[in-house]
Write a new protein. Structure first.
Length: 372
């Protein structure tokens, strides 16, 4: 019997295990290794922080998925993957494999900034979002209504914008006066989006009273504030670190081909660039020919059926298919006011129907993997 080891419980592996429950592969032992029993769907995190969703709404039960697929779930943090030996090191154990797949996400970038690890809150891995919401609720329970509560959000990408607005709304509803500041080292927020969408987002932030400081790199995080590259110190009761992605420790320790940024390098079929029987998907990979592809969940979702098909093809015979990253995709940003900011090709809308669409898509995605 051949053994397939899935390292990490990301979008693509959730899809793959769900598919195995419906259409099994004969003589195949499947093992999923993840330090977390729950997969947190990133698209619903801002709504969770705001209070629209509870934990069940955005989590997928990995052990239950494995049981449905007759797969084995190992709750542990894999230390390294050795392609030439076909070994995954898991704590004190060595698990051999015939083929493997890697979907471990990524870590927050720039955590080497003084004080960032000690005093800032990250959302990578996504399981940390519950701890962040608990921390905010603890602050709110002891903060008098009508008094300022300062929050610094470091990073002006889509996650930074959505989280800033979600936290602003949660604080406002609780009674204190939110003072949210977004810091971005680059010259503008949402650098991967069009100028028209950036302008709309800037207008929304300004109308809500969220201050945006571009061209300022946070150089030190303190227990009650941040210091930026101008030398200015900004008080902060809560600092959230959303500065982009970095490779996880397991990639640094593994014998796998890497791209220039340290991510697992795969070819267009999502197979290891050196030809080893190891595949990958999601934020942890770099794809040959696409060196600037953003780390975004929309790509992991589109990679999922390609990964599933090509692993099956390897096991049963056939020709693998290529993954060609989409040049454009539907973008929906939760603005925490009963609306969402939508971008589809040249169309931009900030509306309630866009929020209805986003909520419907997100709930349906998680609902697809419910086992009860």
């Amino acid at each position: 019997m051949r053994r397939l080891i899935l390292v990490g419980g990301g979008h693509a592996h959730v899809f793959l295990i769900h598919g195995l429950a419906r259409r099994a592969v004969n003589d195949l032992e499947v093992v999923l290794i993840s330090p977390y029993e729950r997969h947190h769907y990133s698209g619903m995190v801002p709504g969770y922080l705001r209070g629209v969703y509870d934990d069940r709404d955005l989590t997928i039960d990995l052990p239950a998925l494995c049981r449905a697929a007759d797969a084995r779930f190992v709750q542990a943090l894999a230390d390294s993957i050795h392609g030439p030996e076909r070994i995954v090191h898991v704590e004190s154990d060595r698990l051999s494999f015939d083929l493997a797949s890697v979907d471990v996400g990524c870590d927050a970038a720039h955590l080497d900034i003084p004080g960032a690890c000690d005093h800032a809150w990250t959302l990578r891995p996504m399981s940390r979002v519950a701890a962040l919401r608990d921390r905010l609720d603890s602050l709110l329970s002891n903060h008098p209504a009508g008094t300022p509560l300062a929050i610094a959000v470091v990073g002006g990408g889509a996650a930074g914008v959505e989280v800033a607005l979600a936290l602003d709304e949660r604080v406002r509803r609780a009674g204190p006066t939110p003072q949210v500041t977004v810091f971005n080292a680059g010259g503008s927020i949402l650098p991967d989006y069009s100028a028209a969408l950036r302008a709309r987002a800037e207008h929304i932030l300004a109308r809500r009273g969220v201050e945006v400081r571009t061209g300022r790199r946070v150089e030190r995080v303190e227990p009650d504030g941040v210091v930026d590259s101008t030398g200015e110190r900004t008080p902060s009761h809560l600092t959230v670190w959303l500065t982009g992605a970095a490779p996880t420790a397991i990639l640094h320790a593994s014998e796998l081909p890497k791209d220039p940024h340290g991510y697992f390098l795969v070819d267009a079929t999502l197979r290891s660039a050196d030809g080893a029987p190891i595949w990958g998907a999601g934020d942890c990979i770099g794809i040959e020919g696409h060196p600037t592809l953003a780390k975004a969940g929309v790509y992991a979702v589109r990679e999922s059926p390609i990964l599933d098909r090509n692993i099956r093809t390897h096991l049963t015979g056939g020709t693998p298919v290529r993954y060609d990253p989409q040049s454009s995709f539907l973008a929906l940003l939760n603005t925490a006011d009963g609306k969402a900011l939508l971008r589809w090709k040249a169309i931009i809308s900030h509306s309630r129907w866009a929020w209805w669409l986003k909520d419907r898509i997100d709930r349906q995605f998680v609902g697809n993997y419910r086992t009860t």
